[in-house]
Design a protein around this ligand. Sequence first.
Ligand code: ATP
Ligand code: MG
Length: 713
Amino acid sequence: MRIEEAKVPEELINYIREKGITELYPPQEQAILAGLLEGKSLVVSSPTASGKTLLALMAAYLKAKQGRKVVYLAPLRALASEKYAEFSELGRFGIRTSISTGDYDSSGESLGRSDIIVLTNERFDSVMRHRVAWINTVGLFIADEVHLAGSDSRGPTLEMILTKVLHLGIDAQLLALSATISNAKTLGEWLHATPVEMDWRPVPLREGVYDYGRVLFTDGEERQVPRSTYGSPIDVAMETIKEGGQALVFANTRRRAVSLATRAAELTQKRLSPEEKKAVSEASRRILGAGEETSLSRLLAEVVAKGSAFHHAGLEGEHRRIVEEYYRARAIKLLAATPTLAAGVNLPARRVVIADMTRYDVEQGGNAEISVLEYRQMAGRAGRPQFDDHGETVMVPPPSQPAADFLEHYTKEPPEPIRSRLADEAAMRSHTLATIATARGLSKADLDSLFGKTLLAMQVRPAELTRMTEKALGYLLSERLLESQGGLFYATDFGLRVSMLYIDPVTAVMFRDGVRRAEPGKGYTAGLLHLVASTPDFEPKFPLRSKDYEEAMAFLEEHAQEMLQRHTTKEFADYDRVLQDMRSVMALHGWVDEWREEQLLSRLGVEPGDMHRAVDNADWLLHALVELGRLFKAPDVLKQADTLRRRVSSGVSAELLELTNLSGVGRVRARALYSAGFKTLEDIKEAPADKLASVEKVGTAVARKIKDQVSKY
Ligand SMILES: Nc1ncnc2c1ncn2[C@@H]1O[C@H](COP(=O)(O)OP(=O)(O)OP(=O)(O)O)[C@@H](O)[C@H]1O
Ligand SMILES: [Mg+2]
């Protein structure tokens, strides 16, 4: 079908043609025939890179032109940003797009000024809890990567927001998108949407398996791969690189990604053209110049300079972005990554190598074979249409196992069906509270009716579902987040605030009890950090390693007087459980004590990317603690918590907080200025600019920027 045949206004057709698109891909055509442009709800299941975004874009354009709002839901911030950039291009037609991915405690009312609103699933959940008025004017909900409804960590939120959207009673279109659903019919039934399924790829994908010095492909072809001492995944990757392609290697742990990239670098460095050499040394310099230097960033810079890189969540965000940029520009030849990279972002790879076919599985407490769904998501990174004209995926199973079986299983079996994860206790209590708090009064029958519309309700027996909601209600009533009156449940002030703050009710109860234990006039820094780090909302957690035990016990003893939870001393049975949280507490404590990232890494094994996430999370939780604390009247400890929140946010001692208020002054510069005698904004105001510029790590440009800011005081 030619693009002109789609029933959309000419200006949109011209715009799509400008992007170089003249023919619709078959899955796109099928979705249009199924009624996409007439407002029909659809569950589109078609392979990676088959153009699902264009469907979303066309439907969004039409709705916006009808004066209805469009909500685009993405599972990850990076994906939300990518889509925000794409939808913003509709600005030329007077369609306004905005994005919101954080700040769960703000209402989001102002987002209603836009026509298209891009949000993460969690942010949209929080917006609904604030009962924003614009929700009732939404005419199209787009749920991207909808298979994540089946993921244990964030699936329940997606499931609940989609259920509520259907329950709102507004006449909105729903467009659910994924590359990996095998039970599209069930999903369609749940979402009142027509399933559109098509197994078609714009760029042919060849799938193969490595077996003792050769790769066997599904089409019967066999290719010899020269064996070296670098190991099979690298041998397989290098074969493509020698032919001028790039390889993306998936590893099952961070350590493995690092070791694969480090080894491969010795080979890729011989494959770089002079221009590529220039580009990678520039990338390497940029890595060393961005953020704090650690042994990890030094290693990354060294490997990148040789044309390889590793990519995982332990890296600083800026370092990850630099790696992606130079990999996209084709200067970096081999990228060894953990599977988080597989979710939705667009990167080139002639060949994807799956170096490990097993992954640590929490439920099984050991390594388990990856799912077909995971395999498909990783394999789908190969051969993105705008980068390569064909793609290849090669899996590398353990040598002891029959390679052909792997090929058969992963390429022939459909991905596992999406199963609800809402049966999780934490998810049930949070969403039960949120539902009642948002409704401002709800009967048990209303609640059952809502939960009766979830995917979970289609997959468990009714009695089981009732047992779960009753358990959640029991907890919420006993902790006084809810009360019941005249046959209706209401959220208490406490419950309302908890729902809006977007925290687990258990976290809230821990905060309430902890704050009540505080005595006026005492210091609680370590205790507040412990309170935060031990809640179910804190992530990432840094579990205690055996070598940390002694230090953790000493830390706890030293700070015994500051603890706000019970049972933190040795004579109690749960002392060991308390100790488990201590590595997280020590990391946060080190951070506000101005430990450098290198110190956190070498002493506690905490990688920079994780530290930054823990810091953002602790910042949000301390905010929640202060807000909740107002209900429990403990002004003294709340003031401390507020100062501590600012210290966590900047990573500094209290004495530097005045300086870190300045833009351009982070923890390192603030300390340098302070040590040089510039301790307050007043000091800076009085200092001559050249004096400031001569301070270590400051320089003329920053000095000028700082002076400009203080002159306004
Ligand atoms: N009809 C078309 N003709 C040519 N190129 C197209 C067409 N439709 C989409 N594309 C291009 O295909 C690329 C991949 O599309 P898109 O990002 O929508 O993939 P997707 O189906 O969402 O895959 P994933 O499941 O991996 O997210 C984009 O660069 C897009 O511009
Ligand atoms: Mg997509």
